[in-house]
Design a protein around this ligand. Sequence first.
Ligand SMILES: CSCCC(=O)C(=O)COP(=O)(O)O
Ligand SMILES: [Mg+2]
Length: 261
Amino acid sequence: MGALPVPSEVRAILLDIEGTTTPIAFVQETLFPYIKDNVKEYLRTHWEEEECQRDVGLLRKQALEDSSLEGAVLIPLESGSGEEELERVIQAVVDNVHWQMSLDRKNTALKQLQGHIWRTAYAAGHVKGKVFEDVVPAIRKWREAGMKVYIYSSGSIEAQKLLFGYSTEGDILELFDGHFDTTVGPKVESESYRRIAASIGCATNNILFLTDVPREANAAEEANAHVAVVIRPGNAGLTDDEKSYYSLISSFTELFLPSST
Ligand SMILES: CSCCC(=O)C(=O)COP(=O)(O)O
Ligand SMILES: [Mg+2]
């Protein structure tokens, strides 16, 4: 590792969150346990709301698609009224969410609900989004040099905005030109990166994608985007082949823009 020159055709830097801007430990030890501990209460409180019913509808559909997987939990429709029936359906949603989270699944249905549950935690100041200390100064420099900066995470756009809007560095949402989540497609599919480029209004080779996950880097590269794999404390180890194949950085300060060299 060391200085990594950014190719001169790059106009936009696309950032993953978990393992790239933010420690995996914050997601696994703070954000995810909050969901596990609060999902039942959240569903009881918000059940009648349209947004909550939309989230449950998406989870129910996802559960049907997952029904052949080991341990999958179906979510029944409410048949009739009454406290007991409501509790039965809510318990199925809770079990489904716990099962999906035990596998760290990244589908839109799970991620939308998670984003809505975190709202209260951030707004009440119980949780602050953690970012590595090099992130904010580096992004400010990139922006001064004319670079556009976007986020692409499996976390929903609302969850992304909460994390950066209520971060340990304050509200840093102004640092980003836009946000993408799994509604544009999974991060391990190259088509997602073509859609992102189209949405930004540039070619895929105008994008540099930073991520901790080689499968995501591979998908972006297949779409002709530039990639670098980020090594942060607590990230999964890379194989020797991955280490020699990908450009690696351990801090955003290692990126050198053409104007800063
Ligand atoms: C931004 S919300 C918390 C992160 C999350 O739910 C997640 O799945 C992170 O995935 P990423 O694509 O940022 O590695
Ligand atoms: Mg990641």
